[in-house]
Write a protein of this length. Sequence first.
Length: 196
Amino acid sequence: MNDYRIDKKELFNEIAAWDGLLKRKVQIIACGGTALTLLDLKNSTKDIDFMVPKQNEFGYLIKILKQAGYNQGKSGGWQRDAGFRIDFFTGNKIHTTELIESPLQKNNHLLIKQYGYIYLGVLNYYDLIISKLFRGSTVDFQDCLLLFRKKREEININVLKTRFHKTSSFDISEDKVNKHLDSFLRMLNEDGLKNG
């Protein structure tokens, strides 16, 4: 198992290296712990997760990364040498979560950095929380609480609940993920954080 962790500076350096290889625009949206690291909410991340919503940009990026020595592992993800592993998701999907809208639409992401060819953003706070709660691990719940504590003034609980339920209505595990939301809302109440 790889215990390697990568911080914001290293993420920027890696993306800058990719940018130097590209000859066309690629839009990358960070999700999960990667997004929290880029937002300065976590010092580092172990799992590097990026969405490349446009299929043609995804195919182009993967082609370039293969030429740069990245290989796809047996359990998925892309890795070069013994370094960190990167998971890429295309379309509106993160792991098994299908977002209700493209992360490229207005207000569905925040710009972090514009390189020569790479546009680097992070998912909006609502979709970050939704995608983590759909997975529902202990770390995912902790990350959601961290995000809510730090960005409380920018997150409306009623908007979160509405968006969550709309997203879960398309999921095969709707009842299960709705229980994750209920658990998260209880945690917010226990911490005195709920604002709606």
